[in-house]
Design a protein around this ligand. Structure first.
Ligand SMILES: Cc1cc2nc3c(=O)[nH]c(=O)nc-3n(C[C@H](O)[C@H](O)[C@H](O)COP(=O)(O)O)c2cc1C
Ligand code: SF4
Length: 479
């Protein structure tokens, strides 16, 4: 440890509790991985209880990991592409790194091995101009968002205009936060927006700030996206807007909006009970508008006029051109892959339509429109529109085991059914433990009904859909 560097850095670091994660990130980058001694030194400097800082350090995956560590993605698409074979020599295993178009993905320090590529279409190819949002009244903005029918692209699909209206009902000062945590396995679309159309995102963000009558705005960005960070920093400087980047530290759950608020306030990223919703009481108790990156890019286009309903689909797996494609909301899986990703490269087997909790589809669903209604018939949902196509030879049981491993590792462990249930189900599908179908169903019911956030509530969806579409693979459990 460079003691002199530490002493100088500690002097420079701000002492407000909201700066804790940022300070920890700087110590990791500029001094070294957070040891108990470094954690205590920062706690003393910030006048925070030492135990509180230890709690925060141990909550995040990356704070104790050197910045030049080699990280290997073992998310389902990378697992299917053989990434576990790359784990030799001290490399660290991490869940989805958000570069599924390059699977198997390895991060060497900040650099993606093999470089960053973009395979895309639609508005991401337009020139990234710095334009001011149109001067519209709050009522006009709401009317345009409502008429466009825009719903949140972060996964929950909540009507955007309703959320904006709810924030407007609350008294200022208000806050705007962009959710750029993009941790959902298979999801790469927000990275594409940030790297290819950063000014479009900022145009939507400035429109949101004007609507909320605030100049306090944050972008919560996942740590693994070094290229996005560099591009955003330049774009923010070029526009001259007061937007602060908050860099995460490898906790998927911090993408859940209330966990994100906790993280930004300098605590462990554990979801809050709702109500109150962030629109009523969010960052430091202020009314807070939280929108996903892609949502705000659509907002910018809608407020310019002439927007056609569409979304960005992340497409990965056994397709010729994995990437991020703009396509209609009701496109079918087959059309998405054949017309945009240049077709399948192997006989498709299990297909995940929208991220870990969206469910698992059989190949028989290839001609189903990827709408809420179309997917509901298969017990699935569109989630973050992250379509992952697995080959016929990749067992749905393995996919399910990997999915439950992901939930088990990323559960914040606040709710007992989520903490124990995901772990137990992972062990069952991994073949380490047996359970009857009735026992599995009891766990699923407890998780869905009593978990406080979407992670635990939705974890049963992939299990139930796999049971429904591949009953023969789970027959032995019905004993
Ligand atoms: C476990 C979990 C993880 C989430 N991760 C993300 C994420 O990485 N990015 C995101 O935009 N939304 C994520 N969400 C959804 C957010 O809570 C929230 O709904 C979203 O940011 C709202 O923005 P939108 O209305 O524009 O979609 C996650 C939700 C859950 C339950
Ligand atoms: S459901 Fe899981 S991830 Fe969500 S708050 Fe409870 S324990 Fe944490």
């Amino acid at each position: 440890m460079d003691v002199l560097r530490l002493a100088t850095l500690l002097e420079e670091l701000p002492t407000e509790r909201t700066q804790l994660l940022d300070n920890l990130g700087r110590i990791r980058r500029e001094v070294g991985p957070l040891t108990p001694e470094l954690s205590d030194a920062l706690a003393d400097r910030m006048n925070v209880r030492r135990g509180d800082v230890h709690e925060v350090v141990s909550f995040y995956s990356f704070l104790q990991v050197p910045v030049d560590a080699v990280r290997v993605c073992t998310g389902p698409i990378c697992d299917c592409a053989g990434s576990r074979g790359l784990l030799a020599g001290g490399a660290i295993e991490v869940p989805c790194l958000g570069h599924c178009d390059l699977a198997p993905v390895v991060l060497d320090g900040d650099a993606v091995r093999g470089g960053v590529t973009h395979s895309t279409n639609g508005f991401l190819l337009d020139p990234d101009e710095l334009r001011e949002p149109a001067a519209l009244s709050q009522d006009e903005v709401l009317a345009r968002l409502e008429a466009a029918g825009l719903t949140g692209m972060g996964g929950a699909g909540f009507p955007t205009w309703r959320k904006w209206e709810a924030v407007r009902r609350e008294a200022p000062p208000r806050v705007v936060i962009v959710n750029a945590d993009e941790g959902e396995p298979g999801t790469i679309k927000d990275r594409y927006v940030m790297e290819l159309r950063p000014q479009l995102l900022l145009e939507g963000l400035v429109a949101a700030m004007r609507f909320c009558e605030t100049d306090e705005a944050y972008i919560y960005l996942r740590e693994e996206y070094a290229t996005s960070r560099a591009v955003l920093e330049d774009a923010i400087a070029a526009r001259g807007v007061p937007v602060r980047l908050v860099i995460g530290a490898g906790a998927y759950i911090c993408g859940e909006e209330t966990a994100m608020l906790e993280s930004m306030e300098g605590r462990r990223g554990m979801p809050r009970l709702r109500p109150p919703f962030p629109a009523q009481s969010g960052y430091l108790g202020r009314p807070t508008l939280i929108n996903n990156v892609e949502t705000l890019a659509h907002v910018a286009l809608i407020l310019r006029g002439g927007w056609q309903p569409a979304r960005l689909w992340s497409v990965s797996g056994v397709v010729a051109k994995p990437g991020c494609y703009e396509a209609p909301l009701d496109i079918t899986l087959r059309a998405l892959v054949e017309e945009h990703a240049d077709g399948f490269t192997a006989e498709p087997g299990a297909i995940v339509p929208g991220g870990a909790a969206s469910g698992i589809l059989p190949p028989a669903a290839l001609d189903t429109p990827l709408t809420r209604e179309g997917l509901a018939e298969w017990g699935c949902s569109v989630g973050s529109a992250a379509v992952q196509v697995f080959p016929n030879g990749y067992s749905p049981v393995r996919l399910l085991a990997e999915t439950m491993r992901f939930f088990a590792e990323e559960s914040c462990q606040k709710c007992t059914p989520c903490r124990i249930g995901n772990r137990a189900l992972h062990a069952v599908f991994d073949g380490e433990r047996t359970m009857t179908r009735e026992q599995v169903d009891e766990w699923l019911e407890a998780m869905a009904l009593t978990s406080i956030c979407g992670l635990g509530q939705a974890a049963p969806i992939p299990v139930r859909s796999a049971f429904a579409h591949w009953p023969e693979l789970f027959e032995k459990m019905t004993a």
